[in-house]
Design a binder for this molecule. Structure first.
Ligand code: F6P
Length: 326
């Protein structure tokens, strides 16, 4: 701990509402405790190109309410190579950065782990992704905001679905994780959620239709997690056309809309708590951990556990969707 004077902060991978609130909390907590802070732009790419800026308390004024990330983000292939990480280390040294806060999802945390062990650098990660697919934490920064965006979109789709008595497949993000689809379905009162976690167990589409999911209804909305294996919502709609032609199916892909917008209060509070905890973790001598939140308590999660997407889907929630859609 005694050698840390300057802390670098970056956002990496898919952006998520609340990343700015996290940058703000990291910057201000660090300054409060007497550290110097540097912002690295465009994630790991900025480390490789030396795109590094000084951060003052005012640098993060008026950003808590903004979606996206003021530091910008990128998916950086070069950082996956030893040569890229060497360049990153050299630039980090040149900028006088002693420790790093990485805000991002599983790919970013995996990269952080490799970098930290190769160069013996103290790194703390914050879970920043709308997907909520990181182990060891109940929620990730951006997940709640994305859920709210999904809920509002489905509220609108329901108007047209019921007017035309159609079956709608609404595809949401999740990077092959079903949290957004499942909780989005509960929040919007959708008729069903189709999630990758159940894919090998059951033919979810056939089950849904054979169970007569529209018994008492003329329209239906099914939330589908993106899934390259099944083709997501488009793949399901194609199957309906062939196997269940009695249904008039439509597809809506919410796509990157889910990543934008002002963060909800839950995400702002989560990001603020995690950002403060990142700096305190360094002060306690912690390194190479992600800060998570379990049952409202902040916890340190080893990188290896964080990137293992093993939370599993809560099956009682799947039952809940079924029960409430009769
Ligand atoms: O942010 C995570 C995520 O939203 C995934 O759910 C999705 O698969 C991916 O990002 C899309 O990433 P990109 O913007 O790079 O296409």
């Amino acid at each position: 701990m005694e050698q840390i004077k300057c802390i670098g902060v970056l956002t990496s991978g898919g952006d998520a509402p609340g990343m700015n609130a996290a940058i703000r909390a990291v910057t201000r907590t660090a300054i409060y405790h007497g550290f110097t802070v540097k912002g690295i732009r465009r994630g790991y790419k900025g480390l490789i190109t030396g795109d590094i800026v000084g951060m003052e308390s005012q640098s993060v004024s008026n950003i808590i309410q903004l979606g996206g990330t003021i530091l910008k983000s990128a998916r950086c292939k070069e950082f996956c190579t030893p040569e890229g990480r060497k360049l990153a280390y050299e630039n980090m040294q040149a900028a006088g950065i002693d420790a790093l806060v990485v805000i991002g999802g599983d790919g970013s945390i995996k990269g952080a782990g490799e970098f930290a062990s190769e160069y013996n650098i103290p790194v703390v990660a914050l879970p920043g992704t709308i997907d909520n697919d990181l182990g060891g934490t109940d929620a990730t920064i951006g997940y709640d905001s994305a859920l709210n965006t999904i809920m509002e979109a489905v509220d609108k789709l329901r108007d047209t679905a019921s007017s035309h008595e159609r079956l709608f497949f609404v595809e949401v993000m999740g990077h092959t994780a079903g949290y957004l689809a499942l909780n989005g379905a509960i929040a919007s009162g959708a008729e069903a959620a189709i999630v990758p976690e159940m894919e090998t167990e059951v033919d979810q589409l056939a089950e849904l239709i054979n169970n007569g999911f529209r018994k008492s209804k003329n329209s239906a909305i099914v939330l589908v997690a993106e899934n390259p294996k099944t083709g997501g919502a488009i793949g399901l709609a194609e199957r309906v056309k062939k196997e269940f032609p009695q249904y008039d199916a439509r597809v809506t892909i919410l796509g990157h809309l889910q990543r934008g917008g002002s963060p909800t209060s839950l995400d702002r509070i989560l990001a603020s708590r995690l950002g403060e905890a990142a700096i305190e973790a360094f002060m306690e001598g912690q390194r190479n951990v992600m800060i998570g939140v379990r049952n409202s308590q902040l916890v340190y999660v080893p990188f290896s556990k964080a990137i293992r997407h093993n939370k599993g889907i809560n099956r009682t929630y799947l039952d809940l969707v079924k029960i409430l859609s009769i």
